[in-house]
Design a protein around this ligand. Structure first.
Ligand SMILES: [Zn+2]
Length: 296
C-alpha cells in the first residue's frame, strides 16, 4: 500500500502519515501547544519550508514515502502561492519547489504537490466518507474563509471573497475588497468590526439577547447562505460542508432556512448544510489523497 504524507496549513501546521485514506500514528503539530494569536501570521516563507521539512522527515524516518501533499491557504497554482490574503509574506512563493529541493536522505526526490487548504479539506471529507466519485463543496471558516471543492477543477474558486453586499462600509476583508463574505465571517474581520469584543463574546452576547450582536449573527448566517446560493446558481445543488475553527458559531438549521429564501428555482432545490467539527486529520488525509492522485 502506498504511504503518503499530508500537511495542512490552517491556523497551525499539522502533518501526518496517510495510508488507505487513514492517518497512521499521531499527527505532528507546529506549534505544539495552542496559542491565542495566529502563530503563522509573521512566519517567513523559509520557515514554513523548514518546519514542514522537519515534520516530513520525522514522519518518513521509518517509512518509504511516495508523495507529499500540502494544503495551504490562498490561490495556489503550479506549486506557487500566488496570493494568500491572511499570510501576505508568502505571496508569490514557490513552496513546492522550495520544499522539494530542501528534502534530503530518505525523502530526497519524493514528489511534492501543493493545493488550496479548503480543497484539501474537501478531498479529506470525500475520502473519509468513502465517496470519491461525488461533488463535495466545503466552506472553511477561520481567519480567512476558504471554499473547497472535490474533485478539484481548474480555476480560482475564491468563494470566500464572493461579493454579498454593495454597502461601501463593508470593508473588513483581509484582501481589501469591499462587500466580501470573509469581511463578515472571517475571524480577523470580526475583530475589526467589534473592536471591543472577541468573536466568542459576540456570539455569547447574541445568545444572551444583545441586539447588536444578534443582528450580526443573523448577518453571518445570511452571508454564508448567500455565497452558497451563488455556488448553487453556478454549479447546481448538493451538500455543503462547513468546517474550520469558526464553524462552532454556525447553526446549520438557520443556514438552511436562509438558503431556501435565496434559491427558488425547482431544479436547484435539495441542497443541505452539514457542520463538521474542525479536524486536522481530515485535511491531512485530503492533502495526501490529492497528492497521491496527482502523482499516480
Ligand atoms: Zn476579500
Amino acid at each position: 500500500m502506498r504511504r503518503t504524507v499530508g500537511v495542512l496549513v490552517m491556523e497551525h501546521i499539522a502533518a501526518g502519515l496517510v495510508e488507505n485514506h487513514k492517518t497512521v500514528g499521531p499527527l505532528k503539530l507546529f506549534p505544539e501547544s495552542t496559542q491565542s494569536l495566529d502563530p503563522l501570521q509573521s512566519m517567513p516563507s523559509a520557515e514554513f519550508v523548514e518546519c514542514i521539512r522537519k515534520q516530513v522527515e520525522s514522519l518518513a524516518a521509518e517509512e518509504k514515502i511516495e508523495a507529499i501533499g500540502i494544503g495551504f491557504p490562498g490561490i495556489v497554482r503550479n506549486g506557487i502561492i500566488e496570493e494568500s490574503p491572511n499570510l501576505q509574506q508568502v505571496k508569490g512563493f514557490g513552496l513546492q519547489e522550495a520544499l522539494s529541493s530542501s528534502l534530503t536522505d530518505k525523502t530526497a526526490g519524493v514528489p511534492v504537490r501543493v493545493f488550496n487548504d479548503a480543497d484539501a479539506m474537501a478531498a479529506g471529507i470525500a475520502a473519509t466518507r468513502g465517496t470519491l466519485n461525488k461533488l463535495f463543496r466545503v466552506w472553511t471558516l477561520g481567519n480567512g474563509i476558504g471554499f473547497g471543492r472535490f474533485p478539484s477543477r481548474e480555476g480560482i474558486w475564491e468563494g470566500g471573497h464572493s461579493v454579498l453586499t454593495l454597502d461601501a462600509k463593508e470593508q473588513f476583508c483581509g484582501c481589501g475588497g469591499r462587500g466580501h463574505l470573509e469581511g463578515i465571517l472571517g475571524r480577523s474581520a470580526m475583530r475589526k468590526r467589534f473592536l471591543d469584543l472577541e468573536p466568542e463574546e459576540v456570539f455569547e452576547n447574541a445568545n444572551a439577547g444583545d441586539a447588536r450582536c444578534k443582528e450580526f449573527v443573523t448577518l453571518c448566517h445570511r452571508a454564508l447562505a448567500a455565497a452558497t446560493a451563488t455556488s448553487i446558481h453556478m454549479e447546481g445543488p448538493g451538500t455543503f460542508f462547513v468546517t474550520g475553527p469558526e464553524s462552532k458559531f454556525i447553526d446549520a438549521g438557520v443556514l438552511d432556512r436562509f438558503l431556501h429564501e435565496m434559491v427558488k428555482m425547482s431544479p436547484l432545490q435539495g441542497s443541505r448544510f452539514e457542520v463538521i467539527p474542525t479536524s486536522d486529520e481530515v485535511g491531512v488525509i485530503g492533502a495526501a489523497v490529492n497528492a497521491a492522485r496527482a502523482t499516480k
